[in-house]
Design a binder for this molecule. Structure first.
Ligand SMILES: [Cu+2]
Length: 270
């Protein structure tokens, strides 16, 4: 009896902790869980997260209530002895099927966002930006006015000489390439990032954009999004990548169209 009640009480406490109620009472800011979203797909990701939490929450509560009930129902009583029961194949089929259906329904709800970020080609007017991670910095490259990235050669990489990507000076398309340590983009414009890494696996992550993607040596991984709010957001490396991992960060400035144009002009003056 005591065990059954304990199970129910723990269930209740868990549910309360997961709602906004108690964190607010404890004066933890209710928005502490997620920073406000700043991208088109971010709102959908949040909705998906919320729906998943609701569905799993309901299943969790039902399962715990049933567990407590069974503990209570089959408690020790005089004259009652335990016996072996193989279980029900029918029931096992039923809940396995139910879980499978639930899983596929939830996957299909989030699938569109996944396709937009990783699979569907970016719109024509998307701005392409290359992001190359290295221990322990981010190199952000813009193709410049010609819209084309210059050729890079690994053997030409020379951090000390200011050529961290190994840009080939023989290649004219690379002459106007802009390589900077922080990223700036215009608001409400589709962006296509191309993620690369020079050494080990890093992870490009911006919380407000709801983006988190590994950068893998030897791979060019596309990441497409549209920022919806101007502001300054942290770009953090979210993959433990070595001793300096903690200081591997940069910033993303989401600017107005004019602000972005001004920023580009400022950069090319160097
Ligand atoms: Cu890193």
């Amino acid at each position: 009896m005591l065990l059954a009640i304990t199970i129910w009480i723990f269930t209740l406490i868990t549910v309360i902790l997961f709602t906004d109620l108690v964190p607010e009472m404890l004066e933890l800011a209710s928005g502490q869980w997620f920073p406000e979203t700043a991208s088109v797909h971010g709102a959908i990701v949040d909705a998906q997260f919320f729906n998943t939490l609701m569905v799993t929450g309901v299943v969790f509560i039902l399962a715990q209530v049933a567990l407590g009930y069974l503990v209570f129902r089959y408690r020790e009583r005089p004259g009652q002895t335990a016996y072996y029961y193989h279980g029900s194949n029918k029931m096992e089929w039923a809940w396995t099927a139910a879980t499978t259906v639930l899983f596929f329904v939830m996957v299909s709800m989030g699938y569109g966002v996944w396709l937009d970020v990783y699979v569907h080609a970016a719109p024509e007017d998307a701005i392409q930006i290359e992001v190359t991670a290295q221990q322990f910095a981010w190199n952000i490259r813009y193709p410049g006015p010609d819209g084309q990235f210059g050729i890079v050669r690994p053997e030409l990489i020379d951090d000390a000489a200011g050529n961290p990507l190994g840009l080939d000076p023989q290649d004219p398309t690379g002459e106007d390439d802009l390589v900077v340590p922080t990223m700036a983009i215009p608001v409400n414009r589709p962006i296509e990032l191309i993620l690369r890494s020079k050494d080990v696996t890093h992870n490009f992550s911006v919380r407000e954009l709801r983006l988190k993607q590994d950068t893998v040596p030897g791979m060019m991984i596309p990441l497409r999004f549209t920022a919806t709010k101007t502001g300054k957001y942290e770009i953090a490396c979210s993959e433990l990548c070595g001793m300096g991992h903690h200081r591997m960060r940069s910033f993303l400035d989401v600017l107005s169209d004019q602000g972005y144009a001004d920023w580009l002009e400022d950069q090319s003056e160097f």
